[in-house]
Design a protein around this ligand. Structure first.
Ligand code: ATP
Length: 320
């Protein structure tokens, strides 16, 4: 390996910059050249490729988003697009590519690896929905941002004795909702993996909580269930309790990464470069059972992950 390319793909996540910085500096320390590929696979196909040196990544570890920007690219899902991408890498002398993104981005990396470009994936998503790893870059920052916002909604909810439905991100996964549900002491937590769409049960619980003297009722609803505004309307009608929906939205993706995201993303960035230096390809870096490890991408994509049962089960008792 002589030249490493790095790109961010799919949704952005705080900590991606820390990972980019680590890739660049670890590669330089190992005597390699580094090229930044802008806007994910879309930028690769447009040859938006820039040389990176140690100063290109100064002052970014504390910044949210990704300095390389990110995109989704349909063309790269076709075999012609993938061949074009591999040819562009070869033209620019890039013999290893580090892809920071989610499962979709790893599938792209898998295709590049099959075309002779060494690739390593880093799990970058706020959603925590990558099966092979207990940690993804950006999740910690996103849950902390959401938690602080929910605290604020809770204050006003208590003052007005309201019911609040707060919708958090996570796409099809409920990890952000579960963590915020526990961290914010929500009375109800609705996860796409678990919710049975029985609104009467929710309504009964709101009424029962009121009878027990609760001054507010916080429902954390996951993006994968959605429809928070109409749900609020129906709950207000059924209970007579003022009910408001707050959709936290994109604020959860931004902001300065937490210490954990900076440290883990930095470690993973270096780990990815080290794998390339060992001649490895088609691997994804993961954090599992307290250790940084790596898996074959095919194996990683075949893994399944589910909501931790115990943590889900304790929620009801914690909000009694
Ligand atoms: P997030 O979790 O934030 O959604 P992601 O990486 O899963 O991240 P996707 O939109 O699924 O996001 O994928 C990002 C990009 O990866 C796609 O726009 C596409 O260019 C590429 N990609 C996705 N699936 C494939 C595939 N099967 N083959 C080749 N490339 C793919």
């Amino acid at each position: 390996i002589k030249t490493v390319g790095v790109l961010t793909s799919g949704g952005d996540a705080p900590g991606m910059n820390a990972a980019i910085r680590a890739v660049v500096r670890e590669a330089l320390a190992k005597g390699l050249s580094v090229k930044g590929i802008k806007r994910g696979y879309a930028g690769l196909l447009q040859e938006e490729i820039v040389d990176m040196d140690a100063r290109s990544v100064s002052d970014i570890i504390e910044r949210g988003g990704t300095i390389l920007q990110t995109a989704r690219c349909k063309e790269f899902t076709t075999s012609e697009g993938q061949k074009k991408g591999a040819d562009i890498c070869k033209k620019h002398g890039i013999d290893g590519v580090i892809v920071i993104g989610g499962d979709g981005s790893f599938q792209g990396a898998q295709k590049l690896a099959a075309l002779g470009i060494n690739t390593i994936g880093l799990p970058g998503t706020i959603d925590l929905d990558i099966a092979c790893t207990d940690y993804t870059i950006g999740f910690d920052t996103a849950v902390n941002t959401a938690m602080e916002a929910i605290d604020k909604v809770r204050d006003t909810s208590t003052s007005h004795e309201r019911c609040s439905i707060i919708e958090v991100m996570g796409r099809g996964a409920g990890y952000i909702a579960l963590w915020c549900g526990i961290a914010n002491g929500a009375e109800d937590i609705l996860l796409p993996e678990k919710y049975d769409y029985d609104e009467q049960k929710l309504i009964d619980n709101i009424i029962a909580c009121r009878k027990r003297g609760k001054q507010h009722h916080i429902i954390i609803n996951a993006e994968g269930i959605g429809h928070s505004t109409s749900m609020a309307r129906r709950i207000e009608e059924a209970t007579g309790i003022e009910t408001r929906a707050t959709i936290l939205g994109h604020m959860q993706r931004g902001g300065s990464p937490t210490c954990k995201d900076r440290v883990y993303a930095s470690t993973m960035g270096c780990y990815a470069v080290d794998l390339l230096c060992q001649g490895k390809s088609n691997r994804v870096v993961a954090y599992r059972n307290g250790e940084f490890v790596d898996y074959d991408i095919d194996e990683a994509l075949a893994m399944k992950k589910s909501i931790p049962e115990y943590q889900y089960e304790i929620c009801r008792n914690l909000s009694i």
